[in-house]
Design a protein around this ligand. Structure first.
Ligand code: ADP
Ligand code: MG
Ligand code: ZN
Length: 616
């Protein structure tokens, strides 16, 4: 068999995606490889297909038990023998699996990194033909990344002990140069082929909402998307508890996830979500790494994360199947303070010396600032993210809340000058609220106690609404006319461009007033960019066929004890509704239906479609 046949027969796909084929060919030529591709790009195939074509065993190193279980489940469903070796197995199960492995039953074995250099495992590995070690989520070797795992450092030690050095391939979605260099150095990749694909996920819609009542906004969203599955990320455990409780009270099926729950409850809640028993999970950032659930249709952020890296990673859990999905961040200025506290109280770096710790803190605050700017930029959001990762976007994606809002140019020079002058005349001593209240002319005790009511700029903007003043203040930060210190006092100071203000006109792109209200409603329109097959294009008839097929999928998933998306992805079901196959040949043309899966389930799906057609 060649790689194309494997792709078709086991995975049910017709063509490779961009980087996949290059990486696979490279590995098959016996060379090391590093694939840096965004979530959902299809990294797994890059090592799974060579593993099936090479003579010998491929070990896949993966950080999380849930991830291994998922991947092995998918492979077994596709008719490929694979196993995992980690602490979720009982001693008996472990030895049994290892026994089969020794007999050469599995071309692909997933191993937890901490197992590698144990005696039992080495005994197996040293006496077997290990042709490749594939390191998934390879950024875990880097201290620069989000998810450093010391056990990943054992991988090199393990490889060095093997009698013959296998091919080493590594995969990650983390794009930064530090992480990439770390992976190559620490894993000792030998002149690897490095492929970085674009980081854009064009099936994801990005939105930012600044609303007074976040809970109501989220509730409205969920009401409008009631059959979809999604994640709501909160900043704190307390928020998770509150939001989840209110959703349950309001009649939604939701569950919760955070580090304060027992292992048992966490596992149960996670499974309820993954197996589609409960469509909504409310969680802290603890949830999700390695969760492969492909049919997550939305990721809502009830609060702003601490940096763009985290945001893109969390938001990126939406739409792994390539179908349209939405990522919306509900911003409140309080989030900045919460995150600042997290950074100040961060205990992760306790073993670092004082100088390094201060540096890390400074870097974290800088990242938080960039995240905050994301929330109030009026430019294309996708472009903002891509630029952050060093890529060039197109300035207009047509699929984010900014691109879909009607803007107008507004002259805000007067507001800008008043703000800058107020900061200057009060000798750069106050925070944003005091400055805004002063120019707006608020009559509060605080203003009086600071004697800001005697400031020459007091009340000069009394006719301008405070939200507008705040927007301009944010914009002045973005453009470096002003900046806010990142110490505890968060004082507004003059920025590098402050001096230029006297002879400049400040024009700002602002949402048309009528649009401020309708923005949320608009998020539903205009999808299916780039010809993505979308459920949105369904007729009513197809919609109900989809529900039937989904029902059948749930039934099969129960019988097989696997998550529904492992039986068939949403994308496959969607495609099936469009094609409405009546024969085996037609069914095999559906993306994601391979021969092996056809043998198992093909007839049941065919007859479901046929029955539906005749009942119409
Ligand atoms: P990653 O690890 O890069 O986040 P996965 O390997 O989990 O992504 O793949 C994401 C999804 O894309 C899976 O559902 C997978 O089956 C699908 N996929 C991978 N390669 C292809 C392809 N060539 N054609 C169609 N779908 C693919
Ligand atoms: Mg992956
Ligand atoms: Zn855009």
């Amino acid at each position: 068999m060649d790689k194309y046949e494997i792709l078709r027969k086991y995975f049910g796909y017709d063509t490779f995606r961009n980087a996949q084929e290059t990486l696979i060919d490279n590995i098959l030529e016996g060379k090391d490889a590093l694939g840096i591709m965004p979530t959902g790009a299809g990294k797994s195939l890059c090592y799974q297909i060579p593993a099936l074509l090479m003579d010998g065993i491929t070990l896949v190193i993966s950080p999380l038990i849930s991830l291994m279980k998922d991947q092995v489940g998918s492979l077994n469903q596709a008719g490929i023998h694979a196993a995992f070796l980690n602490s979720s197995l009982t001693v008996n199960q472990y030895y049994k699996a290892l026994g089969f492995a020794k007999q050469g039953r599995y071309p692909i074995i997933y191993v937890a990194p901490e197992r590698l250099v144990t005696d039992e495992f080495l005994d197996f590995a040293l006496n077997s033909n290990i042709v490749m070690v594939a390191v998934d989520e390879a950024h875990c070797v880097s201290q620069w990344g989000q998810d450093f795992r010391p056990s990943y450092l054992k991988i090199v030690e393990f490889i060095q002990r093997l009698p013959k050095r296998p091919i080493v391939s590594a995969f990650t979605a983390t794009a930064t140069k530090e992480v990439r260099d770390d992976i190559i150095d620490i894993l000792e990749l030998q002149s690897p082929m490095v492929i970085t694909t674009g980081f854009d996920r064009n099936n994801l819609y990005f939105g930012v909402m600044t609303v007074k009542d976040r809970y109501s906004a989220i509730r409205n969203y969920l009401e409008a998307h009631n059959s979809d599955s999604g994640i709501i990320y909160c900043l704190t455990r307390k928020q998770v508890e509150e939001v989840c409780e209110r959703l349950l009270k309001d009649g939604f099926l939701a569950t919760r996830y955070h580090a304060g729950l027992s292992d048992e409850e966490r596992r149960r809640n996670q499974d309820d979500f993954i197996y589609d028993r409960i469509p909504i999970i409310v969680s802290t950032s603890a949830f999700g790494m390695g969760i492969d659930k492909s049919n997550v249709r939305f990721v809502l952020h009830y609060g702003m994360p601490k940096n763009i890296e985290s945001y893109y990673q969390e938001a990126g859990r939406a739409g792994r199947d390539g179908e349209p999905a939405e990522c919306i961040l509900y911003y409140s200025s309080r989030d900045v303070i919460t995150n600042q506290l997290f950074i100040d109280n961060n205990q992760d770096n306790i073993e670092l010396d004082a100088v390094t710790r201060a540096m890390v803190k400074e870097r974290d605050k800088e990242r938080l600032k960039k995240m905050t700017f994301y929330c109030f930029t009026n430019e294309c959001l996708r472009d903002y993210i891509l630029k952050y990762f060093g890529e060039y976007g197109s300035n207009y994606c047509g699929n984010c809340s900014n691109c879909m809002t009607q803007f107008e140019q507004v002259d805000v020079t007067e507001i800008a000058r008043a703000l800058i002058s107020c900061v200057e005349s009060s000798r750069q001593r106050y925070g944003t609220t005091v400055i805004i209240d002063t120019v707006h002319g608020a009559n509060t005790a605080k203003i009086k106690s600071y004697r800001m009511n005697e400031n020459p700029y007091y009340s000069v903007l009394s006719k301008v609404p405070t939200y507008r003043i705040r927007q301009v203040l944010n914009y002045l930060q973005l453009e470096e006319y002003l900046f806010v210190t990142s110490d505890d006092y968060a004082v507004v100071k003059l920025g590098v461009k402050a001096k230029e203000i006297d002879n400049k006109q400040i024009l700002m792109k602002l949402a048309k007033e009528s649009d401020r209200e309708t923005k949320e409603v608009r998020t539903k329109s205009k999808k299916n960019k780039a010809g993505i097959l979308g459920k949105e294009q369904f007729t009513e008839n197809e919609e109900s066929l989809f529900e039937r097929l989904r029902g059948l999928r749930t039934e099969i998933a129960r019988e097989e004890k696997v998550p529904p998306y492992i039986v068939f992805s949403d994308k496959t079901l969607t495609h099936m509704c469009m094609v409405k196959p009546t024969t085996k040949q037609e069914m095999l043309k559906v993306s994601g239906v391979g021969e092996f899966k056809f043998e198992k389930y093909g007839d049941r799906f065919l007859s479901c479609i046929e029955k539906f057609g005749s009942n119409k």
